[in-house]
Design a protein around this ligand. Structure first.
Ligand code: TYD
Length: 213
């Protein structure tokens, strides 16, 4: 099995940038690396992403949201992530199942037990080996991100605060799997800390590596 790393955090926290930087670095070191994101990363997932982010006149129920994210996740897990891990690649995913716990659970208020059950179906029980949480005050992060805003970014600050606190609760409960970083630090300092945490995980002997002599 390969190595699975996910990036989590609020809107505008810089996780996509850090995920890309890590993927580029590992590629350069010769590790077979697959960089992907949620929702999306497959043709069906990309369609669902457009549906989910679109600002609408009518309310999307939290349950519909949960199931649409889960559908996209199932497609990505079975078609992209698991095959890559079976080929001993490093998979880096910009958001994974913990986004659903944070957004639909803590943010929308759906019961965490239901979310766990749906996530288990969508992931077939797959969990990242490492989850990088980029933590930041959501109002600053949204300001940094700017306009236009999608359906989630239009939510009030209390929603974003609940998500932030939810993430922190998850991460503090499982420090062996999560790392919490201050996303208001300089991007290069953040990259360095992530590199240090990932480095020992790469010594897994099964990882695919093409090293030039
Ligand atoms: P995206 O543009 O990918 O945002 P970001 O760059 O912050 O990742 O939009 C995805 C949105 O969907 C984002 O607001 C978070 C939300 N989301 C959920 O609510 N639940 C989920 O399970 C996932 C994967 C994302």
């Amino acid at each position: 099995m390969g190595l699975f790393i996910s990036f989590e955090g609020c809107e505008g926290c810089g996780k996509s940038t850090q995920a890309k930087l890590l993927a580029a670095e590992l590629e350069q070191q010769g590790y077979g690396t697959t960089l992907t994101h949620e929702p999306g990363g497959t043709p069906l997932g990309d369609e669902l992403r457009r549906c989910l982010k679109k600002v609408r006149d009518s309310v999307v129920t939290p349950e519909a949201e949960l199931l649409l994210f889960a559908a996209a996740r199932s497609q990505l897990t079975l078609n992209i992530i698991l095959p890559a891990l079976e080929k001993d690649r490093v998979v880096i995913c910009d958001r994974y199942s913990d986004s659903t716990v944070a957004y639909q659970g803590y943010g929308r208020g759906l019961p965490l037990a239901s979310i766990d059950a749906v996530n288990r179906i969508a992931t077939r029980g797959l969990r990242p080996d490492l989850i990088v949480l980029l933590d930041m005050d959501p109002s600053r992060a949204l300001q940094r991100k700017g306009w236009p805003r999608d359906r989630f970014e239009h939510e009030d600050m209390a929603f974003h605060e609940r998500i932030r606190n939810g993430y922190l609760e998850l991460a503090r409960a499982d420090p062996g799997r999560w790392m919490i970083l201050d996303a208001s630090d300089s991007p290069s300092a953040t990259t360095q800390v992530i590199r240090e945490r990932v480095s020992p995980l790469l010594s897994k002997s099964t990882l695919t590596r093409q090293v030039s002599a």
